[in-house]
Design a protein around this ligand. Structure first.
Ligand SMILES: [Zn+2]
Length: 190
């Protein structure tokens, strides 16, 4: 009897969990199995952050609430495809991920620029270091903010400014800072 009731409890709990969180990542079109694997891990990591505290968190809020975020995610297509001048891009309802760049990196960590500081007569970038799956989740969140038309998120963030030989993307960094503050606030830019 005890065994049976334990089982029933488990079933109910996991049914509620599965109802809240879609269990499978969507297909990443044109991806190899390894690339799909990374995408699945990144998607899960993003969902974990979106659904923290039952959706009562700044990340879900950024995307108009958990329900809206899940609805829009369900209407988004994902494809592995070369992206020029970036690691990923969003065109209409499709998020394109360059399979040769940071999203698929296997070196262990990826640096993401979240701003610039003007020090000693030059700009230096403020960055956060993320593990490979977290970095992929960050990139996914960034593109999903384009996809979701998040208020204050600059849709035109591929404007590179070159100063003293240094290339800077101020709009992209501002966008990344919005994602960091809402979804990756445990990381402090350095
Ligand atoms: Zn962008």
């Amino acid at each position: 009897m005890l065994q049976r009731s334990e089982r029933a409890t488990t079933t109910i709990a996991s049914a509620g969990f599965l109802w809240l969180i879609p269990q499978n990542a969507p297909t990443l079109k044109n991806a190899t199995p390894n690339q799909q694997g990374r995408f699945n891990d990144a998607y899960s990591e993003f969902l974990r952050r979106l659904s923290a505290h039952g959706g009562n968190n700044p990340c879900a809020k950024l995307f108009g609430g958990l329900d809206n975020a899940l609805k829009t995610l369900g209407k988004t297509n994902f494809a592995a495809r070369s992206v020029s001048g970036g690691v990923a891009e969003t065109k209409g309802s499709t998020i394109r991920i360059d399979p040769t760049k940071a999203f698929m990196d296997t070196s262990g960590s990826v640096s993401i620029t979240t701003g610039y500081a003007y020090e000693g007569g030059q700009f230096t970038s403020l960055t956060i270091m993320l593990g490979n799956v977290e970095a992929a989740a960050f990139i996914l969140a960034h593109e999903f903010a384009h996809r979701s038309n998040v208020k204050g998120f600059d849709q035109n963030d591929a404007n590179i400014t070159t100063l003293g030989g240094t290339q800077m993307d101020f709009a992209g960094a501002r966008n990344n800072e919005m994602i960091r503050a809402a979804c990756f606030s445990e990381r402090t830019p350095q």
